[in-house]
Design a protein around this ligand. Structure first.
Ligand SMILES: Nc1ncnc2c1ncn2[C@@H]1O[C@H](COP(=O)(O)OP(=O)(O)OP(=O)(O)O)[C@@H](O)[C@H]1O
Ligand SMILES: [Mg+2]
Length: 340
């Protein structure tokens, strides 16, 4: 089965082609157009600009795939219908509808968050590979630019959401902290880089740490912003101070995430843990989680599959079709800022 996966939920335009059979997969093409340069000067994603970039980039990426692959051979189009930025999703939807009509193919609507958690099952490499099987129950943390969700999965079809962020997502908070420090967008990787130079730790608050499985990062961001203002009163923000502040913010965010993971591990005794989404690309976070849970089988996506891309969407599409989930005609396609 050949699936074309299309991703346009936020600021990455991705189109990928995968071939799958009997729980095996090979990536035939993986095209990605990153928009960070467009959004960098605004310190965050501007939805209408993201939409414009998707409209511009989608035909370019498809052309690259079409160069040595006959699109008629595709069985399904998998498209991430949300959650995401509405203008960006609408730009993707218009493209997918036209393509599905032209090729006379059905569409597999894919939940963007499921694409993040399935991303740990494969490697970003060419050639055939087995799709990993994992042991359940599994605890899943999706930690990305738009979400900080903690779930317990009994199997892929049965899950319970334990908690989510009540305000900013963890990735969003890293992006905002980076903006406060003038480090550019996306902030997570910049904060990670600067943190490595740190020599000092500034204590910051951990809101609602002891209250269940929800998260809250906006109060932390405000406290951080106040701290930076205070420091600026008596000194210029030199590179060392930016490094110390980056480290302190990152450490605080990650300790909050790990506290809740540990709490869920002791309450629900999962057999495995999955941490996925853009922030899971962070090497310090990975090390910190492995250090506190040394005996656990913990799955992270490959760095290039942690952030948004078309391969994750195509893979999620394959798993849906394999499990007999419905495919739809182009006229039925709809997109969602928040999934219903
Ligand atoms: N190395 C890193 N360390 C920390 N954060 C990172 C790193 N790389 C990327 N991020 C963060 O990941 C986020 C982007 O991740 P992703 O592409 O999964 O999110 P999104 O698609 O915008 O949101 P969602 O998936 O919730 O809809 C950004 O907030 C970015 O700062
Ligand atoms: Mg994402």
């Amino acid at each position: 089965m050949i699936i074309l996966g299309i991703e346009t939920t936020c600021d990455e335009t991705g189109i990928s082609l995968i071939e799958c059979e009997n729980n095996r997969l090979r990536i035939l093409k993986n095209e990605l157009a990153s928009q960070y340069k467009v959004h960098n000067k605004f310190g965050g994603v501007v939805p209408i600009l993201a939409a414009r970039e998707h409209t511009k980039n989608l035909p370019i990426l498809l052309k690259k795939i079409n160069q040595d692959f006959n699109l008629e051979k595709i069985d399904y189009l998998a498209f991430s219908v949300g959650p995401g930025l509405l203008p960006a999703l609408i730009a993707g939807k218009e493209f997918v509808i036209k393509l599905a009509e032209k090729l006379n193919k059905k569409i597999i609507p894919v939940d963007h968050l499921s694409a993040h958690w399935y991303s740990v099952l494969i490697k970003n490499k060419s050639g055939w590979q087995k799709i990993k099987q994992i042991d359940f129950p599994t605890l899943i943390l999706i930690v990305s630019g738009g979400h900080t969700n903690l779930y317990l999965f009994e199997n892929w079809g049965k899950r319970k959401k334990l908690g989510q962020t009540l305000d900013d997502a963890a990735g969003e908070s890293l992006d905002k902290a980076a903006r406060i420090l003038n480090l550019g967008y996306p902030g997570g990787p910049q904060i990670e880089k600067m943190s490595k130079l740190a020599k000092k730790y500034y204590m910051l608050p951990k809101p609602i740490l002891n209250k269940g499985y929800n998260f809250s990062f906006s109060g932390l961001k405000t406290a951080f912003s106040e701290l930076v203002k205070e420091i600026k009163k008596y000194q210029k923000l030199n590179q060392q101070t930016v490094a110390d502040l980056s480290f302190s913010f990152q450490k605080t965010v990650f300790e909050i995430l790990i506290y809740k993971i540990k709490k869920a591990v002791s309450e629900f005794s999962p057999k495995t843990i999955i941490v996925a989404g853009g922030v899971s690309a962070n090497q310090t976070l990975r090390k910190m989680i492995k250090n506190v849970l040394p005996n656990f089988k913990i799955y992270f996506p490959e760095k290039t599959l942690a952030t948004d891309n078309g391969v994750n969407i195509a893979l999620a599409g394959y798993l849906l079709v394999k499990n007999k989930r419905k495919v739809i005609g182009a006229s039925k396609l709809d997109v969602y800022q928040r999934l219903p």
